[in-house]
Design a protein around this ligand. Sequence first.
Ligand code: COA
Length: 335
Amino acid sequence: MYNSKIIGLGKYVPENVVTNDDLSKLMDTNDAWIQERTGIKERRWIPEGSEDTSAVMGAKAARIAIERAGLTKDDIDFIVFATLSPDYYFPGCGVQIQDMLDMKTVGALDVRNQCSGFLYAISVADQFIKTGMYKNILVIGAEYHSNGLDKTTRGRGVTVIFGDGAGACVLTREEDTSKGILSTHLHSEGKYADKLIVASPSIAHWVPEILEAGEEDTSYFPYMDGTFVFKNAVVRFSEVIVEGLMKNGLQKEEIDMLIPHQANLRIAQFIQKKFGLTDDQVFNNIMKYGNTTAASVIIALTEAWEEGKIKPGDNVVLAAFGSGFTWGSAIIKWC
Ligand code: COA
């Protein structure tokens, strides 16, 4: 058995900045409400006319990650792509990456686990590397939310939170099993699927029915029971971090860097307090990007690394919670 380690990180966000004040021109909201409840100051939204999509942004982030890994696209053995906002209903974005990067006919897997998507994606990649089946795996998280949000007052409880962007990393084989990804932990609780959901179009409720229902039917916009999601998030985040620490015999004091999914700054602050971590031990960038769902942890990890906040030997903890409900963590000995 091997371990896997991250050897290249990349991110791409659209240049178009949308501030809270910009949103207040579209709907009844304001900067004070958004900042107080979520910590978000601005987010990136793909502008009209741009060619960016989840796959296109994912490819941009992937090229950076592969180059930083010191590899070429021909060294990649497998692709895992996490998104809830794919370019097509099918096929998935993974195969688009194989084409966009002009790669060999390697396997490409799409992961649909929303805000926990990146955690599920690196966990899957980690298993393939552990068993020796693949050596280098490209893992991408990307989201194009902005075109699917209700940009009226009706949707304000959800729309102000989400942003567009992509992150990518390359995982490779590590012979020393005391380094790299030490463990991953995944969970789900499907009874709460309807608490955070885009219910259609689904095969059971296809486009003609939505069109026929007219404005009455808002099932193609994201629905979120924000308070319920918040309450579950703080509990599950904590549980899954503790699970990861216990598995590796680590104390909370030994966490060097926690990168939580960027759902809400208040959730991250709650976790920080609960684990007794300092501001330097928790990385947040939700202020700039909002919640980019499957892209959020990998964009944050990339920025933390770019800013020199992660060093070899550090215990890095990744954790996420989101729609499904799904949640997960990864404990990494950075190397
Ligand atoms: N601007 C202004 N007012 C808004 C608003 C907005 N963007 N969105 C909602 N409101 C209003 C509501 O209409 C409500 O008004 P009312 O009291 O007159 O009915 C009031 O603000 C409170 O709404 P509520 O939804 O209870 O707010 P909240 O304190 O729960 O905060 C969230 C809302 C979404 C910020 C919060 O619930 C949250 O962050 N939940 C978790 C979200 C999350 O993590 N999602 C992703 C999971 S991966």
